[in-house]
Design a protein around this ligand. Structure first.
Ligand SMILES: C[S@@+](CC[C@H](N)C(=O)[O-])C[C@H]1O[C@@H](n2cnc3c(N)ncnc32)[C@H](O)[C@@H]1O
Length: 335
């Protein structure tokens, strides 16, 4: 039986094993061990590590049953290797490296709660600035939610939709799914330039790459680019939680003019209940946004509706898909 103390103990030590895994991914140790494996001395040389540090980390990964060790040679366990090495389709290794960067700010959570800025090297996460960090971030999105795209997009009525933009669409996995379900739509992926580079690379051989439009637009800075046509549907997934209520209100107000009369904005988010304590993940994810951003958190459906209504949209009832996914609907009146 798990006692209350066990529960607290488990929560308190969770970061230890997490950080062992994240540091190994950051140091690309799983890439070095792929296939034949290697001795600690060889790994230490390649990562610029000490013999002591490298060996202790590798042994802990063996104890955690992520690696095997035989006659001093460390190998990835076959069942984990495809997830831990870089450049695989599910981009899980990118997700681990992304999480490792987030960890730096999590370490200063008390300072952040007091409104103080943590020490250097633990700056806000700023998408679209550092190329390596941004590539990991955007590929991590594929790993986190790429597999869920068909289920989520199937919940959206695409009847009569001819022009559709995925705003802050990241790797383009949702837009690719829209195109799969409605191949005739004109599809626009709007995001920051560095993110579009990653998306183009990922979609070299897909329908989105062949016939989608990749449009640079800093959503929170300026008006929509003139070459973006009036939209029947604007999809915004997991973007608004990173910004303040004021910034989101301003974005929806600017967006209103870009939506065709009768068109819709669909916001896919970690929506939190009015109690602000459930779903569990929405409450925990709010702390992630507190740690990483200047004004973000998880919002209620009523908050999204209020910003939309103030911008001129008519709020429509949303759909909860599961503990992590909720669709908020806003409609531009016909006139
Ligand atoms: C958490 S990711 C979500 C990606 C994708 N929509 C999804 O749901 O998987 C946030 C996305 O918003 C984009 N983004 C952040 N700030 C932005 C801005 N000011 N203008 C345009 N895109 C932005 C990021 O580049 C990233 O693609």
């Amino acid at each position: 039986m798990t006692t209350p103390r066990d529960t607290l103990q488990q929560m308190a030590t969770g970061y230890v094993e997490a950080k062992i895994l994240l540091s190994a991914a950051e140091l690309r140790i799983f890439d070095l061990l792929a296939g034949e494996g290697a001795r600690a001395s060889a790994v230490a040389r390649r990562i610029g590590g000490t013999q002591r540090g490298t060996e202790i980390l590798l042994d802990a990964l063996v104890a955690a049953e992520i690696l095997d060790k035989q006659d001093g040679v460390y190998r990835n366990r076959p069942e984990y290797e495809e997830h831990l090495v870089s450049d695989t389709g599910d981009h899980f290794a990118s997700m681990l490296r992304h999480r490792n960067r987030l960890f730096r700010r999590w370490a200063f959570l008390e300072e952040i709660i007091r409104g103080e800025e943590p020490q250097e090297g633990a700056s806000h996460f700023s998408p679209g600035t550092d190329r390596t960090a941004n590539t990991d971030f955007i590929q991590a999105m594929v790993s986190a939610s790429g597999g869920r795209a068909p289920q989520i997009i199937a919940e959206i009525d695409l009847d009569g939709v001819k022009t559709l933009a995925d705003l802050g669409g990241g790797p383009g996995h949702y837009l690719a799914e829209f195109l799969r379900q409605a191949p005739e739509i004109e599809a626009y992926l709007c995001d920051l330039p560095l993110t579009l580079e990653v998306a183009r690379e990922l979609h070299q051989d897909t329908a989105l790459g062949a016939r989608g439009h990749f449009v640079a637009w800093d959503l929170y800075q300026g008006q929509a680019p003139a070459d973006l046509p009036p939209l029947d549907l604007a999809f915004i997934s997991q973007v608004l939680h990173g910004e303040s209520p004021e910034a989101n209100q301003a974005l929806l107000t600017r967006l209103f003019e870009k939506i065709a009369p009768g068109g819709r904005v669909v916001i896919h988010e970690n929506v939190i209940d009015p109690s602000r304590i459930s779903p569990r993940w929405a409450a925990i994810f709010a702390v992630n946004m507190l740690a990483m951003t200047r004004g973000g958190r998880t919002y209620t459906e009523a908050e999204y509706h209020a910003w939309g209504a103030a911008a001129g949209f008519v709020p429509r009832p949303g759909k909860r898909i599961d503990g992590r996914s909720f669709l908020v609907f806003l409609e531009r009146p016909l006139r």
